[in-house]
Design a protein around this ligand. Structure first.
Ligand code: UDX
Length: 415
């Protein structure tokens, strides 16, 4: 597929970038691993490290590839691990390569963790905040430094174990930031403050920074859920109880169900209700459904007896593999047509410009649960929607008066 410029994942700009480099003869693809190893000076390992049932990272793919590299070697190589792996894996890779070599070839193992985000992977790769190079070899450090210089980013050269930890610590810290702002949002709803204003005010403090302070229905994806669990395991294996990170995961789990709680507090029983879902992917600009909050939200809504109509601009095909027995729609308006409420789960750009009047006409009850604070509460209120965002001051759903008002409006409309 790659040879024919067919990308197996949806990632903006990737196809064009691969094509350009193919046309200019800088990249080619092969399934001949020994051939590729023998022609290379530097070999990057970028295989998956999914979670085992106990949360630990599954290293079977890393180990298999290390063995194959060892067997194929024909001279000095630098083997770079880009995958997110538990601290100490670099040493394991070194041991496997040594044991599987057929001749005595020199090699160095480097840890250079990946920090790109899905949906903006090309930009993140070409303009990284920093490059981490973990190695005990001066020669490898120098070659890696030279290789990464054109990126014009700070290069941190450190030891292998610290490099491996930097990746987990960074992801765990970002996940903590998200759970923190989500808890602040929950408190904002109770005390009449607005979390978007709070985040704006906090973000100017350089020590805090303005990113990853968007309250919503929690983090998902292939990294944060997996890496937070793995770091708890890494700590546990070293006899350390990572209390703070356990709470981060718990808060994230609870946050996913907030839209359902809000729905019930306004609609009462959900049996027989139709709920529209806008967005299925774990975040915009990707078709990745791994740990997407939509899966748990839809599963729970179905358990409560609701019928589901759902739409995602890109992730429909991937979603069909994991979410069955719902109605997949081909545009947002079809999703809302005749629905008793709509939940915005993923903040795709196209949802930011929806025709509100049309939405209101199509919905059976103009009830909008905005899981990503895409809409302007004042505008939604002015248009006559029953609207709740996450941690917004206006129309704080948790105030008893608002809930009463909303429930009364729903009853009137239902009649
Ligand atoms: C993440 C890391 O950012 C990246 O450095 C690492 O290499 C892989 O894991 P990714 O999972 O692709 O990247 O996406 P990211 O943009 O970090 O978002 C992760 C989740 O957090 C998404 O579900 C997103 O919706 C959520 N999020 C992000 C928030 O809820 N609020 C925010 O402010 C930011």
């Amino acid at each position: 597929m790659l040879e024919n410029n067919i990308m197996p994942i949806y990632e903006p700009g990737l196809k064009e970038l691969v094509k350009k480099n193919q046309d200019e003869g800088r990249i080619s693809f092969t399934t001949d691993l020994p051939g590729a190893v023998q022609k290379s000076d530097v070999i990057f390992i970028a295989v998956g490290t999914p979670s085992l049932s106990n949360g630990e990272a599954d290293l079977q793919y890393i180990e298999a590839v290390a063995r194959e590299i060892g067997q194929a070697m024909n001279g000095y190589k630098i083997v770079v691990d880009k995958s997110t792996v538990p601290v100490g894996t670099g040493d394991r890779v070194r041991k496997i390569i040594s044991e599987s070599q057929t001749g005595e070839y020199g090699f160095d193992v480097v840890s250079a963790p990946e920090f790109l985000r899905e949906g903006c992977a090309v930009g993140d790769t070409l303009n990284p905040d920093r490059i981490i190079i973990g190695t005990s070899s001066k020669k490898a450090a120098q070659i890696m430094d030279e290789l990464h210089k054109p990126f014009n980013a700070p290069i941190v050269i450190t030891d292998v174990r610290s490099a491996e930890m930097i990746k987990y610590a960074s992801n765990a810290f970002l996940a903590t930031k998200i759970s923190f702002i989500n808890e602040i949002a929950n408190i904002c709803e109770k005390v009449g403050a607005d979390v978007t204003e709070v985040a704006r005010g906090m973000g100017y403090d350089k020590r805090i920074g303005n990113q990853f302070l968007m309250a919503g229905i929690g983090y998902g994806g292939s990294c944060f859920p997996k890496d937070t669990k793995a770091l708890i395991q890494i700590a546990g294996n070293a006899d350390y109880d990572f209390e703070l990170l356990k709470s981060v995961i718990k808060v994230n789990q609870i946050q996913r169900y907030k839209p359902i709680k809000k729905l019930i507090s306004i609609l009462g029983e959900l049996q027989g209700r139709t709920v529209g879902i806008l967005g299925l992917a774990f975040k915009p600009n990707t078709d990745d459904m791994r740990e997407a909050p939509s899966v748990e939200i839809i599963t729970e809504l179905k358990k409560l007896g609701a019928g589901i109509k759902a739409y995602d601009p890109v992730a429909g095909d991937e979603a069909r593999k994991v979410i069955k027995d719902i109605e997949y729609c081909s545009d947002p308006y079809e999703t809302m047509d005749g629905a008793d409420a709509v939940i915005l789960v993923t903040e795709w750009e196209e949802f930011k410009n929806l025709d509100l009047d049309k939405m209101k006409k199509l919905l059976n009850i103009p009830l909008v649960i905005d899981g990503r604070n895409v809409f302007d509460p004042a505008e939604m209120q002015a248009k006559g929607f029953i609207y709740t965002g996450v941690g917004r001051r206006q129309i704080a759903y948790l105030t008893r008066e608002y809930r009463k008002e909303a429930a009364a409006a729903v009853e009137k409309l239902t009649k």
